[in-house]
Design a protein around this ligand. Structure first.
Ligand code: HXC
Length: 509
C-alpha cells in the first residue's frame, strides 16, 4: 500500500516542483492542470499511470521519468465521453520515448474501439534522443493509429508548446488542430536548421507560431489567445460532433436566430459586384445566430464552420464575397474539400451558400495546380452522401457553380434567391466574347457593353433557367431562408445512399 501511494505521488508530481515552476514561468499550465480545465470536474480516469520505460543496470524499473512524460486517460466533456493524452513538458521536455508512445497508442485504440473522440494536448521536445529508433518507431505506431481511426472517431490536437520535426505529423493527421498564440510552435525544421540550410533568418514565432499556421499554412484550424480559451474552444467544437461515424451529432433545443431574418432582404447590395460579409447571412439563418467558424483565418475567401438548424448540427460552407470577391483559389479549395469530407465522415448535413464569380484567374494559380486543387471540391461534394442543401445567393458562375454543391454533384435540394445569377460566366466577360464584333465597331462601345450586359443578365443569368429544369428546386424570398432550410433539413435528414463497393477512391491530392 505504501509503495502504491509513493509511486502514485511520484507520477502525480511529474517533473517535480522546480520543473513545474519553470513551466508556470513560461506562462504555461502543466499537463494535469490542462486536463482539469478541459474535462468535466472530477471525471478524469487515468490510464497507464505506472507505465515506465527501461530497466536500470540492476534490472529495476528506472523511474527517472515519472509517467514517461505523458498523462493519458478518459473523462467527460459536457457529460459526453472522450479519451485524451496530455504531454508533460516537466518530464524530459515531454519528449516521446517507447513507453510514452505506448500510452498514447493505448488511448487511441480505446477511443477507436469504443467510438469515442480523442484529444491530444501536445507539448513536447519531440523524439526522445536517448531512445533513438525506439522513439521513431513510437511515432510510427501513433501515425498508423491516427490513420486507422480517421473517419471513425473525431481526433483533435491542441498544440500547447513545441511540436517539432516529424512529431508535427501526428496532429497533421488528426481532424482539427488548435494553437495558442505565442505558446505553441510547429515546424519540421526549426529556425537554426533553416538558417544553416538556406540562409533564411526567421524567428520561431514567425516560422511556426499560431498566427502563421492559422493564416498562412492552414496547418491549424483554430487560434486561441490563451490555453484556457483554446480548451474552451475544444469543448465547444465537440458540442457539434457525434462521438463516432455510426452515431448522429448531438441534438440541441431549437432556437431562433438572434439577428433579424427580415434584414436578409437588403443584405446583398444591388450592384452585383459589391462585397458583403456572408457570415451576416449565416447568422440570420442559424439557431441562436451561433456560427462556430473553422479555419477562420485561412483562405478567407471561403467560410466553413458548424451551426445548428432546428437543433440539428450542420456543416456550413460559403463563399465570402468580401475577400477576393469570393473566388475559389487553391487554398479555398483545400479548405472546403477537407471540411466537406469531415462532415461526410461524421454524418453532418452540409448547407452550402453560393456567391462565387469563378476560380481565381492567374498564372500563379494555374502553375500552383488550381486544376488539381479545385478538383478536390468537386470530388468531395460528389463523394459526400450526407444530406446536402445548397442556396445560391448571387453569383454562381461556370465550374465554380457546379463545384459548390450543385444538384449535378448530388445536392438533395437546391434553392436560390431572386438575386441569383447562374451562368457560364459573368455578364461583362460573356458579352465581350459573344458580341465582340458589334463592340469593336460600336461608336460608344462602353455604353453598348453595359446595355448588352444587362440584357445578358436578364436572359442568361437568372435562377429561372436552372429552376425550369429542376436544378434549382425553388426560388425563395430571402426573408424565408431559415424556414426553407429548416424544412429542407426535415425533408432530407433521413437520407440513405449506397455506393458501388471499392477499396477507396483516389481524390486528387
Ligand atoms: C530528450 C529532451 C528533448 C528530446 C527536450 N529535452 N527535448 N530530451 N529528447 N528531444 C529535455 C531537455 O534536455 C531538458 O532536460 C528538458 O527536456 C527541457 O528542455 P529545455 O531545452 O531545457 O527546454 P526549452 O529551453 O524550453 O526548449 C524546449 C525545446 C528544446 C525548444 C523543445 O528542448 C529543443 O530544441 N529540443 C529538441 C527538439 C528537437 O529537435 N526534437 C527532435 C525533433 S525530430 P533537463 O534534464 O535539462 O530538464 C523528431 C522526429 C520525429 O521529433 C520523427 C517522427 C517520425
Amino acid at each position: 500500500m505504501q509503495l502504491l501511494q509513493e509511486r502514485r505521488r511520484l507520477v502525480l508530481s511529474g517533473g517535480g516542483e522546480k520543473k513545474i515552476a519553470e513551466q508556470h514561468q513560461k506562462g504555461k499550465l502543466t499537463a494535469r492542470e490542462r486536463i482539469d480545465l478541459l474535462l468535466d470536474e472530477g471525471s478524469f480516469v487515468e490510464l497507464g499511470t505506472f507505465v515506465q520505460g527501461g530497466l536500470d543496470d540492476a534490472g529495476n524499473l528506472d523511474i527517472k521519468n515519472p509517467g514517461e512524460g505523458v498523462v493519458a486517460g478518459s473523462g467527460t466533456i459536457d457529460g459526453r465521453r472522450v479519451y485524451l493524452f496530455a504531454q508533460d513538458f516537466t518530464v524530459a521536455g515531454g519528449s516521446l520515448g517507447e513507453a510514452h508512445a505506448r500510452k498514447i497508442c493505448r488511448v487511441l485504440d480505446l477511443a477507436g474501439q469504443n467510438g469515442v473522440p480523442v484529444i491530444g494536448l501536445n507539448d513536447s521536445g519531440g523524439a526522445r534522443i536517448q531512445e533513438g529508433v525506439c522513439a521513431l518507431n513510437g511515432y510510427g505506431e501513433i501515425f498508423y493509429r491516427n490513420m486507422l481511426y480517421s473517419g471513425v472517431v473525431p481526433q483533435i490536437s491542441v498544440i500547447m508548446g513545441p511540436c517539432a520535426g516529424g512529431a508535427a505529423y501526428s496532429p497533421a493527421l488528426t481532424d482539427f488542430v488548435f494553437m495558442i498564440k505565442q505558446k505553441s510552435h510547429m515546424f519540421i525544421t526549426g529556425p537554426q536548421v533553416i538558417k544553416a540550410a538556406t540562409g533564411e533568418s526567421i524567428t520561431m514565432e514567425e516560422l511556426g507560431g499560431a498566427v502563421t499556421h492559422n493564416s498562412t499554412s492552414g496547418v491549424a484550424h483554430f487560434l486561441a489567445a490563451s490555453e484556457e480559451e483554446g480548451l474552451k474552444q475544444v469543448r465547444a467544437l465537440l458540442g457539434y460532433l457525434p462521438p463516432n461515424n455510426l452515431d448522429d451529432p448531438p441534438l440541441a433545443a431549437p432556437r431562433d436566430p438572434e439577428l433579424d431574418g427580415e434584414e436578409l432582404l437588403g443584405i446583398i447590395p444591388g450592384d452585383s459586384d459589391k462585397p458583403y460579409d456572408v457570415r451576416e447571412v449565416i447568422r440570420r439563418v442559424v439557431d441562436g445566430s451561433d456560427f462556430f467558424e473553422v479555419h477562420a483565418h485561412y483562405a478567407r475567401n471561403a467560410v466553413v464552420g458548424f451551426a445548428r438548424l432546428t437543433g440539428m448540427a450542420v456543416g456550413i460552407v460559403a463563399n465570402q464575397p468580401r475577400v477576393k470577391a469570393g473566388c475559389l483559389d487553391i487554398d479555398a479549395s483545400d479548405k472546403i474539400a477537407r471540411f466537406v469530407r469531415f462532415c461526410d465522415a461524421f454524418n453532418l448535413p452540409l448547407v452550402t451558400l453560393v456567391d462565387v464569380p469563378g476560380f481565381l484567374p492567374g498564372v500563379e494559380q494555374e502553375w500552383g495546380g488550381i486544376i488539381r486543387h479545385g478538383a478536390k471540391i468537386l470530388y468531395a461534394y460528389a463523394e459526400a452522401t450526407v444530406p446536402k442543401i445548397t442556396l445560391v445567393l448571387r453569383k454562381a458562375y461556370g465550374g465554380a457553380y457546379i463545384a459548390m454543391g450543385s444538384r449535378a454533384l448530388g445536392a438533395d435540394l437546391c434553392l436560390a434567391w431572386p438575386s441569383a445569377e447562374i451562368a457560364v460566366m459573368g455578364p461583362e466577360a460573356a458579352v465581350q466574347i459573344i458580341h465582340r464584333r458589334e463592340l469593336e465597331s460600336a461608336a460608344e462601345p462602353e455604353k453598348l457593353q453595359r446595355e448588352l450586359a444587362q440584357g445578358y443578365r436578364r436572359r442568361f443569368a437568372n435562377p429561372y433557367i436552372a429552376a425550369a429544369r429542376g436544378w434549382i428546386e425553388e426560388v425563395i424570398d430571402p426573408r424565408q431562408t431559415r424556414e426553407y432550410l429548416c424544412r429542407a433539413m426535415g425533408m432530407v435528414s433521413q437520407k440513405r445512399v449506397q455506393r458501388p463497393p471499392r477499396k477507396h477512391g483516389n481524390i486528387p491530392l
